[in-house]
Design a protein around this ligand. Sequence first.
Ligand code: ACO
Length: 320
Amino acid sequence: MKARILGTGSYLPERCLTNDDLAQWLDTSDAWIRERTGIGRRYVSEAGTAEMAVRAAKAALENGGISAEEVDLILVGTMTPDYFCPSVSCQVQCALGADRAACLDISAACSGFLFALSTAQAYISSGMAETVLVIGAETMSRVVDWEDRGTCVLFGDGAGAAALQAGETGILAVDMGCRGSKGMALSCPAVPLQNPTERARYEENSFIRMDGQEIFKFAVRTVPDTVRRVLQAAGIPAEEISHFVFHQANRRILLSVAKNLGIPMEKVPMNIERTGNMSAASVPVLLDELNRKGELVRGEKLVLSGFGAGLSWGSLVLEW
Ligand code: ACO
């Protein structure tokens, strides 16, 4: 059996910060941010990650005609949980009343939704689960340093979800990978180590640190490779793909990836202008927007691809 997406949902906060808003306290400009990233604004949430995840999940279940009682497994890709414990997925289970579900958060940053989808495929194809709810949810606003113009302009908050069930078609091939040796190119420290015998060894703050150029180079090299590999594994040529739903990190990265792969930009949807980089939420929010606009036709083949901190990447080919 294969994991098939039956429904999608998403939630974006009401409050929005434009580039001009940021320029009120940062030495930056709308022109700089747009030119270097393609971002015009981003959402910032008053709600936590779990609350956004629940809203997206409810919408996905409703869209797919699946009840909460049917769900066997809830997977949440996130790097910004509200608590170390309970997990976001357990909070979602409680809010939905999905009492039969096992719950697991997956920490793979911007690749989190893809790693969660591939886990859903593994559970479903092995027969360990029949109905899986996969969510990508982030409150990136809580981990960026709002005084650091090199990072805070990039990120936004949001949540997206997909409800999957076992079927004859669905996810056709996956390609996942990590390069831990480059991990510190994008880091976000946890609570400092401190106990009666050990002095604090890590940095004091918990904000994102990033070597932007290193990440940029990683993305433009790695994403074409993973997409080629996953297409080959599926035995499907790029021309047969109707949409390449990429993680929305930077417009220039996506232009470069599309050029490298020889795919027309009409097949590379983008919402980064409105949302910024929502890490694990990027791909499912964009997927839901396409679905609700009626742009996804059953039987068509899609590529989904995420990449980012870890460093990590994950791609899959699916039949919609
Ligand atoms: N506004 C104005 N100036 C800025 C800003 C800003 N927001 N940010 C940096 N600058 C300045 C720098 O200080 C530097 O000034 P200097 O020349 O006086 O030293 C100058 O702009 C150039 O800085 P660079 O870092 O070289 O700029 P670059 O062209 O590399 O663009 C960017 C930076 C946009 C971060 C780019 O490297 C990038 O997009 N990298 C990818 C990072 C990414 O996508 N991260 C997301 C998380 S991971 C993921 O999702 C894949």
